[in-house]
Design a protein around this ligand. Structure first.
Ligand code: MGD
Ligand code: MGD
Ligand code: MO
Length: 580
């Protein structure tokens, strides 16, 4: 994020594009409500009437999968109405004329059949955003989980640049991150192309620096980028990956086309899982390392807006559980590279000494409820709430490079056999793979298996589906049982599932297609079909049985003393075929 989350409250305009804060980040959502109370204009473009749409000055119910077409037309409307900031463009950006070559063809009228948005409404929104004293452009998974995701981010950034809604207070880009520390995992180099601090593994000077600090020959540090998570499955199948150390992730629940992925991971020579709960991926692992949870260890979280915050353990670890850093250190030591740290501060200080962007973020500064916001290059530095102030960008010439792209349709379009668009999102009561929230009684009262499938009234009627009934959803990849919620707030021809449910597992249905640059899966768009289930009594019972069986399997494995290797065990295929 170029802005800070608290500054959202003082923005004069907030434009949310494919982000549903009231379910995903209620605290951010509250700040948006405060901004509204202070007079900010709110614009929402989302294919669902999300909660924030209710307080929006302009809400646009876009067609699913139209992002670049919509944004190009939005940019077109800004420039044709002469609302772009010519001075800022001339002084702080490159490539406007070339950018316009692509954008000029995308009038709001010419793409209305793709976006579904009335041209005058789009123009009004473009005016509202471009002429605001300060505007924040926020987006989430509605952008990220699409085939053209990186290109869409280029487009969003260009819109902020041509309107000078970046590089000044209370204005800028707010791409939100997911988990409380997903930003931190990227900051700390848990990416296949970076060392900590966004220092490229392909840069010889960086390899030199880290090799020296770690006391290893430079050849020991790989000079090429690693695989991304979505490449692990097919690379295992092709024999390029033999072992997979899976740390804090439940890919068999959260990656697309989960059944195919399971088959691929079962072919590995070695699968290690390091988690704080038993998960479906742990169930097929050869080795499980039990870690400690956020309540049991110390550390630092980075928020979406680059803010580091320290947290401390509330209770000691139980049983055999160890802190993640201890597990890594012990493993490394046994593999011949002794690693000894006293505490997390020692690790943090080593990290700081190697990462110029983070150097000033000391534990002292973060004591109590203190925080440090990067870039923070020196101990005296106050941190950076707003990036690119004065239009100074982090490119070699300090200018933003404007990029424009043509829209392409999503990979798997609906057809006669699979006529519905499946869009998968999250819900407020449960969290990602649900290992952490699934066993909580209060939360299961709020929402329980097999989750919900939201379906438009016309589509429900055409299929004889009634609100609250269990239904069967299926695609070319697989199927799941879910509970129908007849919902007027979505586009006709689309259904929505959340990816939290184990029996109602939407990732049995989703397509494994990725953006070619980021390799992020297209979770927001695949083709499916939904059917009523005649015998509801049977369906309710069957669903309960499947759920009980799965919970028992997880519990058995968690309490097993001496578990035989998974390769000896029968593959648990039968449980996955959910319906009949
Ligand atoms: N309670 C709870 N909170 C969570 C999570 C959770 O599991 N539970 N998960 C966390 C994680 S990991 C993340 S990444 C964040 C994500 O938070 P969000 O970004 O809010 O995630 P989603 O709800 O998946 O998608 C956002 C919106 O994209 C819209 N959308 C779908 N298709 C399109 C499209 O074609 N174009 C546009 N413009 N929009 C589209 C959807 O309708 C949805 O409203 O939430 C985090 N917060
Ligand atoms: N269809 C569909 N699929 C999706 C999405 C979608 O919108 N639609 N969203 C995607 C997104 S944005 C995300 S981020 C992923 C999230 O998917 P995952 O990362 O797989 O899910 P999480 O529940 O966030 O966490 C993974 C595991 O980390 C464990 N864990 C928690 N704390 C610790 C710890 O301190 N140490 C260790 N070792 N383990 C810990 C939890 O118990 C959990 O099992 O799902 C993706 N999958
Ligand atoms: Mo996420």
């Amino acid at each position: 994020m170029s802005v800070s989350i608290p500054s959202l409250e003082d923005a004069k305009c907030i434009f949310l594009f494919g982000y549903n804060p009231s379910a995903s980040h209620p605290i951010v959502s509250r700040r948006i409500v405060r901004a509204k109370e202070k007079g900010a204009k709110i614009i929402v473009a989302d294919p669902r009437v999300i909660e924030t749409a209710r307080i929006a000055d302009i809400y646009m119910q876009i067609n699913n999968g139209c992002n670049i077409a919509f944004l190009n037309a939005f940019a077109n409307a800004i420039v044709t109405e002469n609302l772009h900031d010519k001075e800022f463009i001339a002084e702080h950006t490159n490539g406007f004329d070339e950018w316009w070559e692509t954008i000029k063809d995308y009038t709001p009228e010419s793409v209305q059949h793709i976006t579904g948005i009335d041209p005058e409404t789009m123009r009004e929104a473009a005016r509202m955003y471009a002429t605001a004293e300060s505007a924040v452009l926020g987006w989430g998974m509605g952008v990220a989980q699409q085939k053209q995701n990186v290109l869409t981010v280029h487009t969003l950034a260009a819109i902020a640049c041509i309107t000078h809604q970046i590089g000044k207070p209370n204005a800028g880009l707010a791409p939100v991150r997911g988990q409380n520390n997903v930003q931190g995992s990227c900051d700390m180099g848990m990416l296949p192309n970076f060392f900590p601090g966004y220092q490229k593994v392909t840069d010889p000077a960086m390899r030199e620096k880290f090799a020296k600090a770690w006391g290893v020959p430079v050849e020991k540090l790989s000079d090429h980028e690693g695989y991304k998570l979505t490449d692990v499955g097919h690379n295992a199948e092709e024999g390029k990956v033999h072992a997979f150390y899976n740390f804090g992730e439940d890919p068999l629940q959260t990656e697309p086309d989960a059944q195919d992925l399971k088959r691929q991971l079962q072919g590995l020579d070695l699968l290690i899982c390091q988690d704080i709960f038993m998960t479906q991926t742990c169930m097929i692992a050869d080795v499980i390392f039990p870690g400690t949870s956020w309540g049991e260890h110390d550390g630092v979280f980075s928020a979406s807006d680059r803010t580091f915050q320290r947290f401390t353990a509330a209770v000691p670890p139980k049983g055999e559980c160890k802190h993640d850093w201890q597990i890594f250190s012990e493993l490394s030591t046994r593999m011949g590279y002794p690693m000894h740290y006293e505490d997390t501060q020692e690790i943090w200080d080593e990290m700081r000494s190697l990462c110029p962007t983070f150097y000033g973020a000391t534990y002292e500064k973060m004591a109590g409820v203190g925080h440090a916001q990067w870039p923070i290059p020196t101990i005296e530095h106050p941190g950076t709430p707003i990036m690119y102030l004065g239009g100074k960008f982090t490119t070699p010439d300090n200018r933003a490079n404007l990029m424009a792209h043509d829209w392409e349709p999503p990979t798997e379009l609906p057809d006669e056999e699979y006529p519905l668009i499946l869009c998968t999102v999250r819900e407020v009561g449960h969290y990602s793979c649900r290992s952490m929230t699934g066993n909580c009684r209060a939360l299961s009262l709020l929402a329980e298996e097999p989750g919900e499938i939201h379906i438009h009234p016309d589509d429900a009627k055409a299929r004889g589906i009634y609100d609250g009934e269990l239904v069967r959803a299926f695609s070319r990849r697989g199927e799941a049982m879910s509970r129908a919620v007849v919902d007027e707030r979505i586009n006709k021809g689309t259904v929505y599932m959340t990816y939290q449910w184990w029996i109602g597992k939407c990732n049995n249905l989703t397509l494994h297609a990725v953006d070619p640059r980021s390799h992020t899966p297209e979770d927001k768009f695949s083709a499916c079909q939904v059917e009523a289930i005649e015998d509801q009594v049977w369906a309710e019972q069957h669903m309960q049985e499947l759920y009980t069986q799965l919970k028992n399997d997880l519990a058995d494995l968690a309490s097993a003393q001496d578990v035989e290797p998974t390769s000896q065990r029968q593959p648990q295929e039968t449980r996955e075929s959910v319906i009949v």
